[in-house]
Design a binder for this molecule. Structure first.
Ligand code: AQP
Length: 328
C-alpha cells in the first residue's frame, strides 16, 4: 500500500516555508497514491490560541489545501477533531511512549525553553503521542515532513516496534519522507531561525499580497561579499534565498547556484522574488475563490466520514489486541 498521510497545525498564518516544505508536494502524492491530509486542530491547542483565530486559521488551511491542487474526491481532507479515534488512540498510546523519550524531543525542549518553562501544558509534552496516533490510525506508509518532525516520526516507529513485538503485527510501520530541497526554509530577517507561522518576523505569509512578498524578499538579510554561493556558515541569508529559488523551481541547489553565477545580490533577489511570485500567484488566486465559496464545510464533512472508516477499523484492531473487551 502506498498510503501517504500529512497534516498541518492551524497555529498561525501559513508561510512560504509551509508551502515549499509541505503544500507544494501534496498534489504529487495524490497522483502517486492514496492521500490522507488533515488539519491538526487538536495539536494547535498545545500553545495558547484564541478561539476565533483557530477557526479562521482552520478554514484558511482547508482553502490552501484545495488551492494546492488536492482534489477532495481523491484525497481525504479532514479535521483531526472530527475523527474521535485520534483522541482515543492517543489515550491508549500514552502507555506505550515514555516520559524520558518525550522529554528528549527537540521541539518540546525548544518550545518549553521559549516559554521559560512556565505554564507548559501536558499536551505540548505529549505532542508526539497524538502525532503517533494520527499517523498509525491510517496505516500510513509515508509521512512527508520537514526537518524538525523527523524525530517525532522516529518515535512513532519506536512505538510500532514496541507494540508489534508485544501484540503481533498490528500497526503499519511508517517512514518519514523529507524533501531534498526546502525541508527547512529559514526566516528572511534572521536566516538562523526557521520560518514559522507562529513567528511573524520576516516571514512571507501566503496571504501577503504580491507586492508585499516582493518587498520582503528584496529587504531580506544579505551577507558580506557579493557572490551568490551556497555557504551556510558564511552566507546563511544568500543560502536561504538559493534554497527558496531551488525549491520553487524544483531544481537542485547546485543548479540554482550555477544559474546565478556572476549575479550581484540585487539582481539575484529580484530573480528570486519573480520566481516566488510566479509560483504563488495562481495558487493565491485559487485560494481567494475557495475561501469566498461554500465548499469548505462539505469537503470537511465528506473527508471526516471517509477518514472515520479507516481510523475506526485500526482503533478496533488495537483495542482487540490489547485486551479491551468488545461487545456486539
Ligand atoms: N520553514 C519551513 N521550511 C520547510 N518546511 C516547513 N514546514 C514548516 N515550516 C517549514 C512544514 O510545513 C508543515 C507544517 O507543519 P506543522 O504546522 O504541523 O508544524 P511546524 O513544522 O511546527 O510548522 P511551523 O510553520 O513552524 O508552525 P508553528 O510555528 O506553529 O510551530 C510540516 O510539513 C513542516 O515540516
Amino acid at each position: 500500500m502506498n498510503r501517504v498521510l500529512s497534516g498541518i497545525k492551524p497555529t498561525g498564518q501559513l508561510t512560504l516555508g509551509n508551502y515549499l516544505g509541505a503544500l507544494k508536494h501534496f498534489k504529487k502524492f495524490q497522483d502517486a497514491g492514496e492521500v490522507f491530509v488533515f488539519i491538526a486542530d487538536l495539536h494547535a491547542l498545545t500553545l495558547p490560541i484564541e478561539p476565533e483565530t483557530l477557526r479562521t486559521n482552520t478554514r484558511d488551511l482547508v482553502a490552501f489545501y484545495l488551492a494546492s491542487g488536492l482534489d477532495p474526491k481523491r484525497a481525504t481532507i479532514f479535521l483531526q477533531s472530527h475523527v474521535s479515534a485520534h483522541s482515543e488512540l492517543n489515550t491508549i498510546f500514552q502507555n506505550y511512549l515514555y516520559m524520558g523519550e518525550l522529554s528528549r524531543m527537540t521541539q518540546y525542549k525548544d518550545l518549553s525553553y521559549k516559554m521559560n518553562n512556565n505554564a507548559i501544558g501536558l499536551g505540548l509534552f505529549a505532542y508526539p503521542v497524538l502525532m503517533a496516533a494520527d499517523i498509525l490510525l491510517y496505516d500510513a506508509a509515508i509521512v512527508p515532513v520537514g526537518d524538525d518532525q523527523i524525530q517525532h516520526v522516529e518515535l512513532a516507529r519506536d512505538l510500532v516496534n514496541r507494540f508489534n513485538k508485544r501484540y503481533g503485527d498490528i500497526l503499519v510501520m511508517p517512514k518519514a519522507q523529507v524533501n531534498k530541497v526546502g525541508a527547512r526554509i529559514m526566516s528572511l530577517s534572521d536566516p538562523m531561525r526557521k520560518m514559522s507561522k507562529s513567528d511573524s518576523k520576516g516571514d512571507i505569509f501566503l496571504k501577503d499580497d504580491l507586492a508585499t512578498i516582493r518587498k520582503k524578499i528584496m529587504a531580506s538579510v544579505t551577507d558580506s561579499g557579493s557572490e551568490v554561493i551556497y555557504d551556510l556558515d558564511n552566507k546563511p541569508g544568500i543560502s536561504n534565498l538559493l534554497t527558496i529559488y531551488a525549491a520553487t523551481k524544483d531544481i537542485s541547489i547546485a543548479e540554482a547556484e550555477k544559474y546565478f553565477s556572476g549575479y550581484r545580490y540585487g539582481d539575484f533577489k529580484k530573480a528570486v522574488a519573480d520566481a516566488v511570485i510566479e509560483e504563488l500567484s495562481p495558487f493565491k488566486e485559487r485560494y481567494e475563490q475557495i475561501i469566498q465559496g461554500d465548499e469548505i464545510e462539505k469537503v470537511l464533512k465528506d473527508g471526516a466520514s471517509r477518514a472515520r472508516i479507516i481510523a475506526e477499523a485500526t482503533l478496533k484492531r488495537v483495542k482487540n489486541a490489547i485486551g479491551l473487551l468488545d461487545v456486539k
